[in-house]
Design a protein around this ligand. Structure first.
Ligand SMILES: [Zn+2]
Length: 270
């Protein structure tokens, strides 16, 4: 059985693709969904995924930080990109009122357009949210009946927020944030109540290198990489008081179900 990392910025210039990919495979992280955060990054993600169809998939979307670049033409371009069989979700999309690199109005426009596209194409959404929880929930509620599911990528909130997302039928993406005993405290508490049938695992590489991981700077340059997913999973399993094999199976089944990746595909790759 293998691991699925549902959120990797594998086209980030900090990650050297070949060695990072080889270390992922050596760690049994056989299935990776590359995050598309702009038109250009989505295109790159798709091209990379096309080269390794047994292992790599991609999302296509525009991150809230880039929402100021979003025009009516962007949605047509995303629609075209999403015709690739490698694209399994629309996103990374959502709202980030923390840094407001784009104005809230621009972010809301880009987010709603992408929600509509996901509904139209029957694809799930790959969601980002920071300091915009209530507004994000409003949009998700508005489209909930037409959405084909989604994942709250890199969830770092508390149990109340988690329950609101679960009520909307969404999956919860857990990163190495959970290994941070200080910043991750609310999340560590919430995870104890997260049903196994709603968990997805991700590294969000090269960001969020898990705390407590041994220094390996000569190999990874201090970056996070998909090979560290089992380390995160170990922490999650212990917080959920479940066996790691049970968590592995659950996250694999959930990945297949949400992103419509067939099990024959996953088994074939192993
Ligand atoms: Zn994000």
């Amino acid at each position: 059985m293998s691991w699925c990392d549902i959120g990797v910025n594998l086209n980030d210039k900090r990650l050297f693709f070949v060695p990072v990919f080889e270390r992922a495979l050596a760690a049994d992280v056989n299935h990776i969904i590359i995050t598309g955060t702009s038109l250009e990054k989505s295109q790159q993600a798709i091209l990379l995924a096309e080269q390794y169809p047994n292992h790599l998939w991609a999302t296509a979307g525009v991150h809230p930080h880039d929402a100021s670049q979003f025009t009516p033409q962007t949605i047509d371009d995303l629609r075209t990109l999403s015709k690739s069989t490698r694209v399994v979700a629309i996103g990374e999309c959502g709202l980030d009122f923390n840094r407001n690199f784009s104005t809230p109005e621009q972010q809301c426009f880009a987010f709603e357009q992408q929600l509509k596209l996901a509904c139209e194409l029957g694809l799930p959404v790959f969601l980002h949210e920071r300091d915009a929880f209530e507004v994000q929930i409003e949009y998700l509620t508005k489209y909930r009946n037409d959405l084909h599911g989604g994942v709250v990528h890199c969830f770092t909130g508390d149990i109340k927020q988690m329950e609101r997302y679960l009520d909307l039928g969404l999956y919860i993406g857990i990163t190495g944030w959970v290994c941070d005993l200080k910043r991750g405290q609310a999340l560590r508490g919430a995870i104890k109540s997260l049903p196994l049938e709603r968990i997805l695992l991700e590294t969000d590489s090269p960001y969020l290198r898990p705390k407590g991981l041994a220094n390996n700077r000569k190999v990874d340059n201090g970056n996070n990489e998909p090979a560290y997913l089992p380390y995160i999973a170990q922490e999650v399993a212990s917080l959920m008081a479940t066996d790691i094999e049970v968590l592995q199976l659950a996250s694999q089944v959930n990945t297949q179900a949400l992103f419509n990746i067939s099990s024959s595909h996953i088994n074939r790759a192993k």
